[in-house]
Design a protein around this ligand. Structure first.
Ligand code: AN7
Length: 390
């Protein structure tokens, strides 16, 4: 195993604490694919089933992964499709896919002998880091945009015992401070520019293949800091290079319109420019300067995919559809994958197989539902009164 810069190719020793190359490029972990095991038999699925692909020795686990994949029987008919699935990452221990990154990332922190960890977060990363730090008896610091983090996520970070620091600014501002703090204060940084995070998250690809028994034509997911789309693509490529699969899916990344610097650059075929004031109801992906954009861009390009954006209205509509037609309650950011599919429906063949990734649980952000719903006046506790309101 080695760390390598995706820009200049310079290699680094993975026992050194390092997040970027000297040239500024992002780093990736190269795992030895001669040593990986073909365990893809559809059985006993958990993240650590794929341990031969995961480059850490220590293991801090809350039993992450093994999330359900559902066939969307109702929605696929409604959308005129043959094979539509959701992989519901809200079923992870803290309710989001971030747990896959943190089981590996915090394990790496312990291997490096670090006793303090830090992240900037729109919410889910902070909840997850706080839980894995608690399990490891180490200190977690989380910086979050003041007033712009969903209630459930804030409650999680607090109860798991992290030091929660709200900042006047957005996620991008918080990440800047965290990068500086990790250098100056010797605290291990676990945002997704840390390549070990992505080594955990790539297991979403392994599970999709393991659960379905085939590689879908398209994988659609929300994009914020652009780590997850990069990670999942890396997972599929490793399966391919190991000779376990013989096709690759198209990777389709969806951003919220008010926070869509990548989708804009993609559509206009121009260079990526960061956005100063991102805004969207999907607070998880309210990010204007996706730090992993070079990896994500390559994932989409290499896979023949696309980056698209959807409006807040489309996101909330999709959230409601998933819940009311399929019984799957996801947070707004996660619903952008279904919103994106509906927007791109004309570019999808009827017989294509599509997997939507829903990244976080709906209960993390109950306010967004209740704000749009007026509870009726209470009735008298009698059958007559009940019959009147039916
Ligand atoms: C539910 O928690 O960035 O493109 O700080 O919580 O890998 O960043 C959250 C991101 C999608 C985007 N869906 O993933 C954070 C944070 C949900 C999320 C994303 C996030 P990336």
């Amino acid at each position: 195993m080695i760390l390598r810069c995706i820009e200049c190719g310079k290699e680094y020793d993975p026992t050194e604490v390092r997040y970027r190359c000297e040239c500024g490029g992002l780093l990736e972990v190269l795992v030895d694919l001669d040593k990986v095991e073909n365990v893809f038999d559809g059985k006993n699925i958990t993240l650590w089933k794929y341990e031969s692909f995961i480059p850490v020795e220590k293991r801090v686990s809350l039993n992450e992964g093994g999330t359900p994949i559902y066939r969307l029987e109702n929605l696929q008919t409604e959308l005129g499709m043959k094979e539509l699935y959701v992989k519901n990452e809200g079923a992870n221990p803290t309710g989001s896919f971030k747990d896959r990154g943190m089981t590996v990332g915090v394990s790496k922190a312990l291997e490096l002998g670090m006793d303090k960890v830090i992240c900037a977060s729109t919410g889910n990363t902070s909840a997850s880091l706080a839980a894995y730090a608690a399990k490891s008896s180490i200190k977690a610091y989380v910086l979050v945009p003041s007033g712009k983090i969903a209630l459930g996520k804030l409650a999680q970070a607090i109860v798991y015992g992290a030091k929660v620091v709200p900042i006047r600014g957005n996620f991008d501002d918080a990440l800047r401070v965290v990068v500086e703090a990790s250098k100056e204060l010797g605290v291990y940084m676990l945002n997704s520019i840390n390549p070990f995070r992505l080594e955990g998250q790539k297991t979403i690809a392994f599970e999709i293949f393991d659960q379905l028994g085939f590689v879908p034509d398209k994988v659609i997911l929300p994009v914020g800091n652009a780590g997850n789309i990069s990670a999942i693509w890396k997972g599929f490529k490793e399966l391919y290079e190991a000779g376990f699969i013989n096709k690759l899916p198209q990777m389709i990344g969806i951003q919220a319109e008010g926070a869509s610097p990548l989708a804009k650059a993609w559509k206009e075929r121009r260079d990526f420019k960061s956005l100063k004031k991102p805004e969207t109801v999907a607070t998880a992906i309210r990010i204007g300067n996706p730090a992993n954009w070079p990896k994500a861009w390559r994932a989409v390009e290499e896979s023949g995919g696309v980056l698209e954006s959807v409006t807040d209205e489309e996101i909330l509509k999709a959230q409601k559809m998933l819940a009311s037609k399929e019984g799957i309650f996801v947070e707004p950011a996660s619903a952008s994958s279904l919103a994106g599919l509906m927007k791109l429906r004309n570019e999808t063949e009827e017989d294509e197989s599509v997997v939507l990734i829903t990244t976080g649980h709906g209960l993390k952000d109950p306010n967004i539902i209740l704000e749009g719903f007026e509870l009726p006046e209470p009735i008298e506790p009698s059958l007559e009164a009940f019959k009147e309101v039916l």
